[in-house]
Design a protein around this ligand. Structure first.
Ligand code: COA
Length: 565
């Protein structure tokens, strides 16, 4: 079928659906929901047999849904209606939730149901639920709905009963620090992450709070900030305390809490952890190491996968420490929702807000990423594995590829390209790491075409080495087992020797420093040259400016040569 994906953004769910539908032979084009007239123009050009809306923030115009079958992905169970479906489900502690694919009509979310899928709830933040359970359920429900729509027999039914839940307001999200215990605070902040956050005050200033973590030991006077650790602040509740990782001040951008409150943070005590080992009890720990036998696991739970200069430097320290451990395999686990999305665009933007230079901070950040990637490549005593349990994009993909092996969870989306960010050239040794895996031509095509890769496709083209189970728990168990097998392989020493010999040969042909220098020459132009595209793109990305057009590489119906087959 010819399917138009109408969406607010090309987010990871839309990327996944686009890839899965193409895999099943459907012809896909994408249009961003910018204005009714743009949507009308898109359907006139593409004449879709069906429209699928994975992620919309407004209603489809009647002129479109009255003429074309439009299937809406609603992140709620059958009968649930309204714009804050996941927020209510999390806040009210639902034990099971789901995704419904329903046909657009005049009343929002009230149309006949084409498919649905349910899942047990997990006590996590909304964005995490979205990137795991919701994405999986939405994918299976959309594929079933499209299959049903392609046939003649299926008659979609209206739900027997339905309930309209309004937009959740800040009044309902409000935290009462004198009454709410940690579990309630975690649930309220979880229901609001990564958007819109919980409106609150910190150090006497209006702000929105994001990224809550539990704390098991420390206490204080409810509502007061009682400590800091790296980028996070600790705030006391009635029965303990919670860590606040990110904050948005007024109309500014979302930032690590101790950066948003740079001066104020210094007035509270620092509460460092003793080292890199995973703490025995829950607390805020963005970098954590654990070990099973001769396999070491390095976790880095950086919010949204964004890695600032300081985070790269700390991770590099942790990596250097882990390399000294008596282990044969080092597994770089990344975070639960993202492995890495490259340099930290919000922290870079913040440099310009504080009269500093975004160009200088970009330069520092890319160099810190490069130092980290180089240290991964140059691991002498261990074989390294990047285990991608979450999505990864831009420089994050090449940081992963710096490892000897890359294993990804099925369902993860990879975006191993940079150009979407204002034509950024990219670094992280991609010019060394990519062609040797996929070939020169394919490397250039990946960079040029800017298409996301599914975990399965990434293995097919040779970018990664394995695609493992979709279920996160099963994935982690498989990673641990495979890593243990590698470590006990009788050919381990020979394998390590081959890797070191290959690196020595490569270095003799062209040193890593030369790849880096060439890439940075382009990046210097991106950051300091007179074409400001990267700075403009970053400005709009971090402020979430409304999109004004759909890029041509996605809106295939806008290709000049495109014809209905
Ligand atoms: N720096 C700062 N924030 C980043 C980021 C980065 N490099 N990459 C992603 N984010 C943030 C997004 O702004 C968003 O923030 P929110 O929590 O306020 O909504 C959040 O991470 C999730 O991003 P989203 O785009 O919704 O995730 P996705 O899984 O649907 O898409 C990508 C993933 C990688 C396609 C997309 O996030 C992206 O294009 N990121 C930019 C990558 C980049 O250009 N990095 C710099 C060059 S190395």
């Amino acid at each position: 079928m010819r399917i138009l994906l109408l969406t607010h953004a090309f987010n990871s769910l839309t990327q996944r659906l686009s890839a899965e539908l193409q895999l099943r032979g459907h012809e896909i084009s994408i249009e961003f929901d910018i204005a009714d007239s743009v949507t009308e123009e898109a359907v006139t050009l593409f004449r879709p047999e069906i429209i699928v809306a994975p992620y919309l923030r407004r209603a489809i115009p009647e002129s479109v849904w009255s003429q074309y079958r439009c299937l809406i992905v609603h992140p709620g169970v059958v009968g649930d209606r309204g714009p804050s479906a996941l927020d209510w489900a999390i806040q009210e502690g639902a034990s099971e939730w789901g995704v419904t694919v329903l046909q657009a009509e005049s009343e929002m979310d009230a149309g006949p149901v084409w498919a649905s899928a349910n899942f047990p709830m997990r006590a996590v933040k909304k964005s995490s639920l979205y990137r795991h359970e919701v994405t999986k359920a939405a994918t299976s429900a959309v594929l079933l709905a499209v299959e049903r729509a392609a046939g003649q027999d299926f008659q979609p039914q209206r739900p027997c009963s339905s309930q309209w839940r309004p937009l959740m307001r800040q009044a309902e999200r409000r935290i009462d620090w004198q009454l709410d215990g940690s579990a309630t605070v975690l649930r309220k902040m979880g229901a609001a992450d990564g958007f819109p956050g919980v409106a609150d005050h910190l150090f006497g200033q209006d702000c929105h709070l994001f990224d809550a973590w539990p704390e098991s030991e420390r206490r204080g006077s409810p509502g007061t900030v009682i400590g800091r650790r790296a980028t996070a602040l600790l705030r006391a509740t009635t029965d303990g305390a919670v860590w606040i990782g990110h904050v948005k001040l007024g109309h500014s951008i979302k930032l690590p809490a101790t950066l948003a409150f740079q001066d104020e943070s210094l007035t509270v005590p620092e509460l460092p952890l003793a080292g890199w080992w995973r703490a025995a009890a829950p607390t805020w720990q963005d970098i954590a190491y654990d070990e099973t036998g001769v396999v070491g696991f390095l976790h880095f739970e950086f919010y949204n996968g964004a890695m600032s200069t300081a985070q790269c430097e700390r991770l590099r320290e942790a990596l250097a420490w882990a390399k000294q451990r008596p282990v044969r395999i080092l597994v770089l686990m990344g975070g639960a929702d993202f492995w890495s999305n490259g340099i930290h665009l919000n922290v870079i933007e913040a440099a310009s807000l504080n009269n500093g230079s975004a160009a200088d901070e970009s330069w520092r950040n890319i160099n810190a990423m490069n130092d980290l990637a180089r240290d991964v490549i140059n691991t002498q005593q261990q074989l390294t594995v990047a285990a991608l349990g979450g999505n990864t994009g831009a420089g994050g993909c090449f940081l992963a590829r710096a490892a000897d092996l890359v294993w990804a969870r099925d369902g993860v989306m990879l975006n191993p390209h940079y150009k979407n960010m204002g034509n950024l050239y990219g670094s992280e040794y991609w010019t060394y790491l990519l062609p040797r895996r996929v070939g020169e031509d394919a490397a250039l095509a990946i960079m040029r075409d800017r298409q996301p890769l599914t975990a399965q496709r990434a293995v097919e083209i040779g970018f990664t080495d394995a695609c493992l189970s979709e279920d996160s728990g099963v994935f982690r168990a498989e990673v641990a087992q495979r890593a243990a097998d590698l470590a006990s392989d009788p050919h381990f020493e020979a394998r390590l020797g081959e890797k070191l010999a290959a690196r020595t040969r490569d270095e003799a042909v062209k040193p890593l420093s030369a790849y880096r220098e060439e890439e940075l020459m382009h990046m210097r132009r991106n950051f300091y040259g007179f074409d400001p595209s990267y700075h403009i793109a970053r400005h709009h990305f971090v402020r979430k400016s409304p999109l004004s057009w759909t890029p041509r590489h996605l809106a295939r119906h806008r290709d000049l040569g495109w014809r209905i087959p």
